[in-house]
Design a protein around this ligand. Structure first.
Ligand SMILES: Cc1cc2nc3c(=O)[nH]c(=O)nc-3n(C[C@H](O)[C@H](O)[C@H](O)COP(=O)(O)OP(=O)(O)OC[C@H]3O[C@@H](n4cnc5c(N)ncnc54)[C@H](O)[C@@H]3O)c2cc1C
Length: 537
């Protein structure tokens, strides 16, 4: 027999086995389980509750009573050498692409991964040059390259979409390639940008050792389409993909194609719109700014002035004029980073190292943006181009370019939060973790009014819940536009195949069915499973 239980202890008691053991006994007693039984507690999860002025550590266990733990759910999948008889092309080596490759290898199917960006080693140099000299490589940067957008990130793995797959399996595979063991038990696990690149290259080496192939610095420029013989028209329903093109002359063929290109690949959405506009649909996304505070200030608010070994997290939400305003991708002890994928834009995001020990803590603060919120001119332009679903993408691009106009190269426009609320220019800006540099700018004046007004109200509400959040040291940096995709690629609910393009399987964040590392990895697995079932029938 087994039972799950939680015990609550003080942070100072975390290493005290005696206290923990007696709390477990107490909890079992309250469940009517006698102390005479042979019990084996297996630690499952740790979380911290810092609400109500007291810090509590909550430990969750599965307790085996007169039974030996069976290790269920702890094993790794078995990967087979790929025979090469069946081959699946994967466009994009982000979490969705990599985990799709691993899932295919469970069935001995050969994954061939095509990635526009460089391998982690070269990508590190491209990022260094972007941060130090403001030089952007539009194909190898924070969003594009081996491991996808998550390689240089906080590596937060927490996801609320647990039911969409086996998140434990995703974590165990990360651990196999070098992630710390505690990601299996922390309630909010994270890996850190200092550890991720090596983990990702380890994954690549394993996939290659099993017969998979990688092509870096290789852009999918188009799909190789077999015209439907019945219609012989490309734009008609029922076109079939048989591979991809990587330039005018070169192409690769395969039994199926997984499209795991993330949500920064605007060119991919435009390509799909040309092939089959009905495969795309507009979806709600969010845009806003990143707010950065001194870490000590956030820690003091969240831990009520008490000292804790880790940097504090926060999560804030408000409802303003019928739209959500919320914090996203909070990076305790982190850095604000330049995430543009084209020279004429500024896009920002956040990351942390495993120790989460920088002097700052930051988070995106974004405003929900529904398809009906997109200004008419972008809807008109999308209609003119033959695919109305692209309106949100056009507007996002406009905002990223407008941000650049108010910045200077990759120097991002910024304003103190108190000045944003007071509608005045900041005479000086506080020190920031954002390496390229900042330009003082009236964000309150040029951010779209629908965003700016709601941010104003949202910040005022946040300060009521987290007193001290609005302060002179708090800095806003623009613009945060890539929290999720504005476009969904429609796919069949059962087969996960693209509606309108046979043989193409959209996966991960770019497809609009996942968000974040964990859920995109699960989505990649799910799509690969479906392909596998079809190919091995
Ligand atoms: C700085 C930063 C920090 C983040 N922090 C976190 C975090 O802490 N936790 C979290 O859960 N999420 C975080 N995210 C988001 C997370 O990285 C993404 O949700 C996740 O990576 C999506 O996975 P994906 O595989 O679907 O797509 P992506 O990771 O975006 O991968 C897509 C890949 O496709 C490639 N590609 C695109 N177009 C083409 C083409 N035409 N041809 C060939 N290749 C192509 C790209 O180069 C890219 O490598 C962060 C993102 C950024 C940018």
């Amino acid at each position: 027999m087994t039972t799950d239980l939680s015990i609550t202890i003080k942070p100072s008691e975390e290493k005290n086995e005696q206290i923990i053991s007696s709390k477990i006994q107490e909890s079992l007693k309250s469940k009517g389980i006698s102390s005479k039984e042979k019990i084996t507690p297996v630690f499952l999860k740790k979380s911290i509750d810092a609400r109500h002025g007291q810090i509590k550590v909550i430990l969750k266990y599965k307790v085996y009573i007169n039974e030996t733990p069976n290790g269920d759910g702890e094993s790794l999948p078995v990967w087979k050498e790929a025979s090469g008889e069946k081959k699946v092309l994967i466009i994009g080596s982000g979490p969705a692409g990599l985990y799709a490759a691993f899932r295919l290898l469970e069935d001995g199917i050969k994954p061939v991964i095509v990635e526009r960006g460089s391998c982690t080693t070269d990508r590190k140099n491209d990022i260094k040059s972007l941060e130090n000299d403001g030089k952007l490589n539009s194909n190898s940067n924070y969003c594009f390259g081996e491991g996808g957008a998550g390689t240089f990130s906080d590596g937060k793995l927490y996801t609320r979409s647990n039911k969409r797959g086996d998140i434990g399996k995703i974590y165990r595979i990360f651990v196999e390639f070098g992630a710390p063991h505690n990601i299996l038990t922390d309630a909010h696990p994270h890996i850190g940008t200092d550890r991720l690149p090596e983990i990702i290259s380890g994954m690549r080496e394993k996939i290659i050792s099993l017969g998979g192939e990688f092509y870096f610095d290789t852009i999918c420029t188009d799909l190789l389409i077999e015209k439907n013989p019945e219609t012989s028209k490309l734009k008609a329903k029922g076109v079939k993909v048989k591979g991809l093109k990587t330039g005018k002359e070169s192409s690769i063929e395969a039994d199926a194609v997984i499209l795991a290109t993330g949500h920064s690949a605007s060119d991919i959405y435009k390509m799909l719109a040309k092939i089959s506009p009905q495969t795309l649909e507009a979806k709600t996304f969010a845009v806003g700014v990143r707010v950065e505070h001194p870490r000590e200030l956030i820690d003091a608010i969240q831990f009520h002035g008490k000292s804790m070994p880790q940097a504090a997290e926060y999560r804030l939400t408000a409802q303003e004029d019928e739209r959500g305003v919320y914090s996203f991708c909070m990076c305790p002890g982190g850095y604000v980073v330049p995430c543009a994928t084209s020279e004429n834009q500024i896009v920002i995001n956040g990351m942390s190292a495993s120790g989460r020990n920088s002097r700052w803590s930051n988070a995106a603060i974004v405003v929900e943006t529904r398809p009906e919120d997109i200004p008419q001119e972008y809807a008109d332009k999308a209609k003119e181009d033959g695919c109305e679903a692209l309106a949100g993408l056009y507007w996002r691009t406009w905002l990223e370019e407008k941000t650049l106009q108010h910045g200077n190269g990759q120097f991002a426009p910024a304003q103190r939060l108190v000045d944003f609320l007071a509608h005045k220019k900041s005479d000086s800006l506080p020190e920031s973790s954002y390496k390229p540099g900042l330009v003082s700018s009236r964000l309150d004046e040029w951010l779209p009014k629908q965003v700016s007004d709601r941010l104003q109200k949202g910040f005022a509400d946040f300060d009521k819940n987290m007193h001290g959040f609005v302060c002179k040291e708090a800095l806003l940096i623009a613009s945060e536009t890539r929290t999720s995709t504005p476009v969904r690629i429609r796919r069949n609910k059962e087969t996960l195949e693209c509606e309108g393009i046979d043989g193409l399987f959209p996966a991960g964040e770019g497809s609009g069915y996942s968000g974040g590392i964990g859920s995109s990895a699960m989505d990649g697995e799910k799509v690969a499973s479906s392909i596998s079932a079809r190919l091995l029938k």
